[in-house]
Ligand binder design. Structure first.
Ligand SMILES: [Zn+2]
Length: 198
């Protein structure tokens, strides 16, 4: 906590002073970010830094393993789906990016299918990416070593999330009418390289 508050002091003296006018405009006029980014909660993968964005430029939701669940309008606590609904129907973002990354702990847990670990919430959350795990790990030519399986699963799970995005009716209709574009990206934490997932 102490280091966080020290960081805040630096922010207040530095970044805030330099960008006070931007914050003031954003406070007065509200936000209208052109893009939404769904990223992992992993502390090494910070969308605002990776895309060099200022406040107000991207609407970000972060969760374990940057997953998008399928459309399920029920009474569950759908934090990611609620953020999507707000970004698409209220803010009218023009693009949604699913940002995956190398060395994702959530994906590694899924690939390892570690029994008992994270059984309160993580295991059921990671079931969203189960089709990706099946595709990679149950394939006849599945990579034998775990890092390769995880890397392939990171890419496959981004594709699953992109497919799930299209199950939201207000996303699918906007994609069809070209008001909205979807993209998948994978960030390599070690090299800093960003790769598009087709
Ligand atoms: Zn991750």
């Amino acid at each position: 906590m102490k280091s966080l508050m020290e960081g805040y002091e630096r922010f207040r003296e530095g970044y805030w002073r330099e960008h006070a006018a931007t914050f003031s405009t954003l406070a007065r006029e509200g936000q209208s970010p052109p893009a939404m980014v769904i990223a992992c909660a992993d502390s090494r993968v910070t969308p605002e830094i990776i895309f060099d964005c200022a406040p107000g430029e991207i609407f970000v939701v972060r969760n374990v393993a940057n997953l998008v669940p399928p459309y399920a309008p029920d009474t569950g606590n759908h934090g990611t789906s609620a953020a999507l609904e707000f970004a698409v129907t209220a803010l009218e973002v023009r693009s949604i990016v699913v940002l995956g990354h190398s060395g994702c702990g959530g994906i590694r847990a899924l690939v390892q299918s570690t029994p008992g670990e994270g059984k309160d919430f993580i295991a059921s959350w990671m079931k969203i990416a189960e089709p990706a795990r099946c595709l990679v790990c149950d394939a006849p030519n599945a990579p034998l070593d775990e890092p390769a399986r995880c890397a392939a699963c990171e890419l496959a799970s981004i594709r699953v999330s992109l497919e799930n995005l299209m199950t939201f009716p207000w996303i699918a209709s906007r994609v069809t009418s070209r008001q909205l574009t979807l993209a998948g990206l994978h960030f390599d934490v070690e090299t800093g390289l960003l790769k598009e997932v087709d």
